[in-house]
Design a protein around this ligand. Sequence first.
Ligand SMILES: Cc1ncc(COP(=O)(O)O)c(C=O)c1O
Length: 417
Amino acid sequence: MASFDIDWIRSQFPALSQDLGGYRPVFFDGPGGTQVPESVIDAMSRYLVTSNANAHGAFATSRRTDELIASARGAVADFLGCEHDEVIFGANMTTLAFAFSRAMGRSLKPGDEIVVTRLDHYANVSPWHALEEVGAVVRVVDFHVEDCTLDISDLERQLSDRTRVVAIGYACNAVGTINDVAKVVRLAHAVGALVFVDAVHYAPHGPIDVRALDCDFLACSAYKFFGPHVGVLFGKREHLARLQPYKVQPAADEVPFRWETGTLNHEGLAGLIATIDYLEELGRRVSASVENRRKALVAAMEASRRYERHLSERLIQGLSRIPGVTLYGITDSARFDRRTPTVGLTLAGRTPYAVAEQLGDRGIFTWHGNFYALGLTERLGVESKGGLLRIGLLAYNTDEEIDRLLQALDDINAASA
Ligand SMILES: Cc1ncc(COP(=O)(O)O)c(C=O)c1O
C-alpha cells in the first residue's frame, strides 16, 4: 500500500495555493462545497469548446454530447456501485429529492407514513413534509443529544406497516455523524418501506456501495466531492420503472431518461467525469494493484477515510483544550469510524457568525448557522443563538492548517480576555 500523497493531492487543486490578500486560504468549508482539481476545470471548458450542443442531434457535437452523458453515467455507476441505467442527473440533490417525493406522492394514500430524522439536512425533510398535502403523515426520529447519534430505538418505534418511505442521511452535515444506513434499510424493508438516502455529506469521506446498503434511492451532489454543481441520484431500476415521474410528454419514457427533466448540465457532466478520473487516479496511487475503476475508487475513498480520521483526531484533540469550546457530536476517538471530519461547535461569549468572520479575516474559511440541519440545531438548543460554527475538513486539508485554526481560536480568545 503506497502512502497518502497529500502534496500530490493538493497540487491538483489550484484554489488551494492562491494568495488571498496576503493569506493562503484554509478551506474548512468543504461540507458547503469543495474545491475542484484543475483537470475538472479543463474538462468543463474543453466541452464548451469542442462539444457544446443539445443531445440526440444528427451532427458531431451533439453525438459527442450523447457520448459524454453515457460516459458520465458509467463513471457515477462505478462511484456508487450500481448499473449505468440506475443513475439520474439533475440540478442538485434538493431538486432530485423533490422530484422523487412528488412522484412517490402519486401512489400514497391518506394515512400512509413517512419517517424522517432530526439529524438530517432539510433537503431530505421538506420534500417529505410536502406530501402532507396528499394526506401523508410524517414521523420524526430523534437523536441522542450527548453524541448526536441517531436513536435507533426511536426509529424502531416510529416504523409500522403504514410506513412507506424512510428518509435518512448517510452522514450529518452539521456534526459529522455517520448513520448505520444498512441497518436502517433492514429495519425499513422489514415493514415494507422504501429507503431514500441523502449521501451528500458522506460522499467525499468514504466509499459508497448501494448494493451492500440495499437502499432504494441514494442522492449526492458532485460539488461536495470535488466536482461541479451537478446532482446525482441512484434508484433501483424496478422503482425507476414503476414510479411515475412528472415529465414532459414528448421526452423519452425509458429508464433513466424519464427522470431527467429538460436539458442536463453537459459541461457539469464533463467536469463530473474528470472528478471521478481524479479519484480513480488517487486510488491507483494509494493501491497499485487495483484492476478496475470501481476498485480504484473504493481504494481512493478508503485511503481518504483513513487520512481524515487522523485529521479528526488532531482537530478534536486540539479543540478540546481551547477554553470556552463546546463540541457537539462524537468526540471519543475510539468511535471516529462513525464520524466524518466535520465538527460543530460553539465558543462561549461569541456567536458562530462572529467567530467565522474573525477566522475568515485570518484566511480560514468555516461556516456558521444551521446549514439547513434545522432539526439538529433546534434540538441542541443553539438555533436561537446563531447555530453552530462548522469546521469541515477533507482529504486535501493538512495538519498545518489545523494548527493555524487552533492558533487563530487561541488568538480570538486572548483578544476578548
Ligand atoms: C447533507 C446534505 N444534504 C443535502 C444538501 C443539499 O444539496 P444540494 O445543494 O445539492 O441540493 C446538502 C447541502 O449542503 C447537504 O449538506
